[in-house]
Design a protein around this ligand. Sequence first.
Ligand SMILES: [Zn+2]
Length: 353
Amino acid sequence: MKEHPGLANTWIISYLYYKKQHNMTEDEIRNSWIYQTTGEINLHQPGVDIGTQPIRVVHALTIYLYQRTNPEFFNEILSGKGAGDNIDLVVGEEPITIESGGKRTPRVHLNTKKIELHETFLSYLWATIYSIFVLHSETIDYPEINARVGLIRYPISEANIASAKELFAYAKKIIRFFDTWDKETLPNPEVFPAENRHYVRQTCAFYTEAVKFILCHEYTHLRDHSHKYANADVSHFLEFEKEADNNAIDMMKKGITPINQLAVENGIIFGLLSMFFFGANTSGGLTHPNVEDRLINAIERLDLIDNQYPWQLAYVAFKLWDEQFELNLEWKNLPTYQEKFHDIILQIKQRSA
Ligand SMILES: [Zn+2]
């Protein structure tokens, strides 16, 4: 299995989770998919998984990791004080867009104190992360490593690039029209060849952290803002959003370990990048900050300014976004991805001014 130091250690995360949560013995783990290197891996557990979309196999791990965002948070949930386990997972073969208006995106219900998550939104999130991650690896990361070491350590795969683009097309489609996720032809978290596990499991590592970020954001609204909404005017909503992002990032920073660091940091970035594809305009209106401002705030608050990944991942996402909405952004040949990023942001700002 190819793995390079810039990547999250998904193997250890899977190993620890299965050992603890499924009470598996060393022998059972050794005979499970965790060690499987050839043939098909199928993670579906009939009667256990909720929903019909392939993302169903990741739900339990996602909630498990969310509840353990950091040790303090786990105790807060156990004490019953917070609403940490009040997650309403809505399954159904529906598009993200609601015909009568609005979207099936994550939200809090102030009366029930529940966080609502829709199955199709989660599929969309996984698919966008996979596409951005694989395109980043194949078009930026691997070529740079190969050039640096002076040999083809990571051969570039046109097939991987093509399937990442096909999966991105699927993600865009289910924003407006539901379609079944074809597990035979498209990368997905449920059924995949063991030889391809690297991209699938890395995506799961980023995905679970992206969902964790969303849940921590919504949790903050429930804990800190739910009693204020009724009497607050719109100008306060913007503050609530910034507070929710900042608190979610701080909660997650407290849970960073050497094992999960890259997954946590980049998972938050992926979560924010996935929001660009809902429209050509990044404005959050009166109630939400612009998506690019939320992204820059996250990069700064995570202390990732000198880290190459956020800028590169954003670059890949911006290219996809430019193509999706035919924005005709100008792609200048600047020396670093950080500079390229800021140039694109400047263009976004100039257009919305
Ligand atoms: Zn919010």
